[in-house]
Design a protein around this ligand. Structure first.
Ligand code: ARG
Length: 360
């Protein structure tokens, strides 16, 4: 309380960050200290209208490789404890062979042409944004003839469990060109000591971290099905994970523009999730809501522009597009929006979230 009072006195004058006095460095350390205290004490009150602790910190509020910032002041600070055990390493695949060849999802219907140079630039911006947020970026070698290999979230499910350590479950992808990516990824993880948990899927499909998403802290998995992963695929996966006492919540997807769960479901921390309700069958929506303290809803337009396919990274939310509505949700959750463009990948039905896999 004393901290907040003191901060409000300090900022009661000019709240424009570019006009902060030479006390800036000192204030940065105060803000860091306040955030640290908040992570122990729960919610930290910041009674400063129109101002945020982010103004004292080096959190970027900008657009990668472009002009301008969209960020409005946040009234809450982020708490690292709300996203516990966040991995700090991330795997990406360069878009060297990226292309739109056949139609695998509704976004690919137009058969859009890819601007390779732009795709490479956008991918590089994503790497830089992750590195700036403190992540170590690892890459897998792109294999010729695998036009979707850039979507590193799909060929395996990556996880962690205290009994077996870091593990993967190889996917069984619906499209043959994507199925051929799986052995490359399995090798990559195998060489780095990940345990490979094989689920006998038979004729069913399972599409990795495209459809299977962790609750922060590795406590539960949400499994989308209906377009790519099949209901029984998710069920078989659930049976395998029940041996590790990890519950899997099946979610029936019904909107072809939200064909993977990661297009309509994004945990912001362990209490709040961003969803697009129109993507779910009624009973799945009803099953999902009580599992979260705060459920924030995207509009159809926001979801179909991949605003729910963002990346939560160390107090930031990387997204390719933003609206004032999404911005206020993010700020309410203490996340600083960072724009990273992904227009070339959107032509293929994917955006930022599916271009990476966090490594435990
Ligand atoms: N063209 C790719 C496909 O249809 C895009 C994958 C995007 N991944 C995602 N998790 N949404 O498989």
């Amino acid at each position: 309380m004393v901290w907040s009072l003191w901060l409000s006195v300090y900022f009661s004058g000019d709240a424009n960050p570019s006009c902060l006095s030479p006390l800036d460095d000192f204030m940065k350390s105060v803000a860091h200290e306040a955030i640290r205290l908040r992570s122990y004490a729960g919610y930290f009150p910041v009674p400063i209208a129109g101002f945020s602790l982010y103004h004292c910190l080096d959190v970027p509020r900008h657009r990668y490789r472009s002009e301008g910032s969209f960020c409005v002041p946040c009234l809450r600070t982020y708490s690292p404890l709300l996203f516990p055990e966040m991995p700090m390493q991330v795997l990406l695949c360069p878009p060297t062979h990226f292309d739109v060849i056949d139609q695998k999802n509704a976004y690919m219907a137009g058969g859009s042409r890819i601007d390779r140079a732009k795709a490479q630039e956008q991918w590089q911006s994503l790497c830089s944004a992750l590195e700036d947020a403190g992540y170590e970026v690892e890459t897998i070698a792109p294999a010729p003839g695998h036009e979707d290999m850039v979507f590193a979230a799909n060929p395996v499910f990556v996880g962690f469990h205290q009994d077996i350590g870091k593990f993967i479950v190889p996917s069984r992808m619906v499209h043959p060109s994507r199925q051929r990516e799986v052995p490359f990824y399995v090798d990559w993880y195998g060489q780095r000591g990940f345990k490979i948990v094989q689920v006998d899927l038979g004729a069913d499909y399972l599409e990795g971290n495209g459809d299977l998403l962790w609750h922060p802290g590795w406590s539960r998995v949400y499994g989308g099905y209906g377009f790519r992963s099949t209901k029984f695929g998710v069920e078989k996966f659930g049976k395998a994970l029940s041996k590790l006492k990890i519950p899997v919540v099946p979610l029936h997807l019904v909107d072809p523009y939200c064909y993977h769960l990661d297009t309509c479901f994004c945990p912001l921390n362990n209490e709040a999730v961003l969803i697009y309700p129109g993507a779910y069958a009624a009973e799945s929506l009803a099953a999902l809501r009580p599992l979260w303290k705060r459920v924030h809803e995207l509009t159809a337009d926001e979801a179909h522009k991949f605003m729910g396919n963002g990346i939560v990274a160390n107090g930031r939310y990387f997204t390719s597009h933003i609206t004032p509505h999404l911005e206020s949700i993010l700020c309410g959750e203490g996340l600083a929006p960072v724009i990273v463009e992904s227009s070339e990948f959107e032509k293929s039905g994917g955006s930022l979230f599916c271009m990476k896999a966090f490594l435990p």
